[in-house]
Design a protein around this ligand. Structure first.
Ligand code: SF4
Length: 302
């Protein structure tokens, strides 16, 4: 039996689906039932009528799916696939900040662990961060953990004070203005579309700033033949597949090694044995569910 045949058989036998983040390698994207960004996958998992979800992404995404879907078993093929930026929030420091700033709303990027979410008023993704911050009813906001996304939010939100945590994503923060300019020297007609986790100086020279879902939409709409993209380079796989006929360039070669810890072998193993299931402490889960649900209710939009 072909590999694809075996995977389909296992999915059916075990009442399971595979979902994969846009930064997963192409062969995993190919066997996934759904591929998307954090927000799209969070919504998709909630809609699915299945008992088991094999989630190919990093820890915070899998935890969020488990928190939002307590009735389903959420399986992470590689629990060591973690997000370094999510670990940049020190809980004691956060609690101390909250003690000193009583009238503040804590807005957490979805790229945080469940303990951070449990301390937060609302979560957001890169596709709705500005909308979420604008929605809170307090004049002061603490945004965490990504300083670059925080800086991006501050460009739009003028009627609130926004304090920003000093975290960053090493994958996006690595691309420099010089990298983009060098690519532009080579492809002067190219459109530059970057993720808001990129440095402010990179955002400044971009034509568009979008989440990964937004980057894909832009690629579908644009009639340029060359695109310079500022996000994890595996996104190029989906772009070439769903918006063909263009060349996509990823200056600085941004790669998230944690996303690559998930391999075909591990996914098939998870599908066969339905483990490891991600367990989240019930009390933490209850506290983290409210800010995550608010994020989903607010929906996409800048
Ligand atoms: S790309 Fe950045 S934010 Fe996303 S999982 Fe990797 S390190 Fe974390």
């Amino acid at each position: 039996m072909s590999l694809n045949g075996k995977i389909e058989e296992l999915k059916e036998k075990n009442d399971a689906v595979i979902v994969a983040h846009n930064y997963q390698v192409g062969e995993i994207q190919n066997i996934a039932d759904f591929v998307g960004d954090s927000f799209g996958l969070a919504r998709k998992v909630a809609e699915l009528d299945v008992s088991n979800v094999v989630f190919c992404g990093v820890d915070f995404m899998v935890e969020s799916a488990a928190v939002l879907n307590p009735e389903k078993d959420i399986i992470h093929p590689e629990p060591n696939a973690t997000c370094p930026m999510a670990k940049m929030v020190d809980l004691d420091e956060l609690r101390e900040y909250k003690r000193k700033n009583e009238d503040v709303a804590v807005v957490s990027y979805v790229n945080t662990n469940v303990k951070t979410k449990a301390e937060s008023d609302v979560c957001c993704t890169s596709s709705n961060a500005v909308k979420v911050v604008e929605s809170v009813d307090k004049p002061k906001v603490l945004f965490l953990p990504d300083r670059n996304l925080g800086d991006y939010i501050k460009r739009f939100v003028k009627d609130k004070t926004v304090d920003v945590w000093d975290g960053y994503c090493g994958t996006h923060d690595k691309t420099t203005k010089e990298d983009i300019n060098k690519a532009l020297d080579k492809y002067p007609e190219a459109e530059v579309v970057v993720h808001p986790e990129c440095k402010p100086e990179v955002v400044d020279i971009a034509d568009y700033v979008e989440s990964t879902a937004g980057i894909l939409e832009r690629a579908k709409q644009s009639d340029t033949e060359q695109m310079i993209i500022g996000t994890e380079k595996e996104m190029g796989y989906r772009l070439k597949k769903e918006a063909p006929g263009k060349e996509y360039h990823f200056p600085g070669d941004p790669t998230c090694q944690n996303m690559k810890k998930i391999t075909m072998e591990k996914v098939i193993d998870s599908l066969e044995n339905l483990e490891p299931i991600i367990e989240v402490d019930q009390e933490l889960s209850r506290k983290a569910r409210r800010p995550l649900k608010r994020m989903v209710e607010i929906g996409r939009g800048k």
